[in-house]
Design a protein around this ligand. Structure first.
Ligand SMILES: [Ca+2]
Length: 330
């Protein structure tokens, strides 16, 4: 480790006089600044590498000098998804955005100190700083999965249009502290977009079966998570304070059967739903069937229309992208 050697050399050569000690401290501060600079370069390098894998090409702004005869080409190692020796600072994508303002893409975050870092998609558009917990795009990923799959997360974490569920353990950790804002972006099969936002979206731990809590709604797609505007609908379909259910764990309020089995996804089912974003992916929008099990947001396109794109993304309620930007604040 060159840094340790430099520090040792610095202390070994220091005379007992105070000025030398101060000189050493200055040098250490300089080294710390260099480390931060190198870490920033590492992030940007990791992003470039991801882009390269995604698109198969990448335009480097500075051309690498040609290799000399005795130099060998070193193949880049694949980025580890859950462990490794990269330093992860950021609790979520908003912290990363404030620190480096990188483009949208997959990055590793670490919401709690006692937690392995994990890969998330950061949406750095739409004001920036969004951590994405769910994405539907093309129906390639099966969302009709069991408890342990929803607990740990599933899907693909490589390309911007990949489908995934971040995992209830990760989502719980991500939303544990502070006040946040959940934004749900929707798109129908005509390309029309809509959205709903909820303040203080959070879920309980596994012991409480990842129970959902959320606050005030705003947006244009309607408050489907509260079950709609009708009292009767809300009684049967509000998702607030519901526990999570999957096909193998029924925590819903529908006594005669399993909402998760009928609606083919893991969700905070009541009796059963007015929103079913993890439901079955139907091409074309309108669908027929025994159950209203499509990718549904009832208050916008109704129960018998399955949406084409959905994104569930979260960031702190008070988000100021001017804070901490630039050279990496402490
Ligand atoms: Ca049931």
């Amino acid at each position: 480790m060159p840094l340790i050697l430099l520090l040792l050399a610095c202390y070994a050569s220091a005379s007992p006089r105070l000025s030398a000690e101060e000189e050493c401290l200055l040098e250490v501060a300089d080294l710390k600044r260099s480390i931060r600079g190198l870490e920033n370069q590492l992030y940007i390098g990791a992003w470039k590498f991801n882009k390269l894998r995604e698109h198969g090409y990448f335009h480097l702004s500075h051309r690498r000098p040609p290799l000399s005869h005795n130099e060998t080409v070193v193949e880049p190692a694949l980025l580890p998804t859950t462990s490794g020796n990269l330093i992860v600072h950021d609790h979520d994508c908003s912290m990363l955005y404030n620190r480096l303002k990188p483009p949208s893409g997959f990055y590793r975050i670490k919401p709690k100190t006692v937690m392995e870092p994990f890969l998330v998609y950061c949406d750095m558009s739409d004001g920036g700083g969004w951590t994405v917990i769910q994405q539907r795009r093309n129906g390639k990923v099966d969302f009709n999965r069991d408890w342990s799959a929803y607990k740990d997360g599933f899907g693909n974490f490589l390309r911007s249009n990949d489908e995934f569920w971040l995992g209830n353990e990760h989502i719980h950790a991500l939303l544990l502290e502070g006040q946040n804002l959940m934004k749900i972006d929707l798109m129908d099969w005509n390309g029309e977009r809509n959205y709903a936002m909820y303040e203080n979206f959070r879920i309980g731990d596994e012991e409480d079966k990842y129970r959902l809590q959320f606050g005030m709604y705003s947006g244009r797609a309607g408050d489907a998570l509260s079950g709609g505007t009708d009292m009767k609908e809300q009684w049967s379909a509000s998702h607030n304070s519901m526990q999570f259910s999957t096909k193998d764990q029924d925590q819903d309020r529908y006594l005669q059967g399993s909402c998760a089995q009928e609606n083919m996804g893991g969700w905070w089912y009541n009796r059963c739903h007015a929103a079913n974003l993890n439901g079955k992916f139907y091409r074309g929008g309108e669908y027929k069937g025994k159950f209203d099990n499509g990718v549904v947001w009832m208050t916008w396109r109704g129960l018998w229309y399955s949406l084409r794109h959905t994104t569930m993304k979260v960031r702190p309620l008070v988000f100021m992208d001017s804070l901490g930007s630039g050279d990496g604040a402490e």
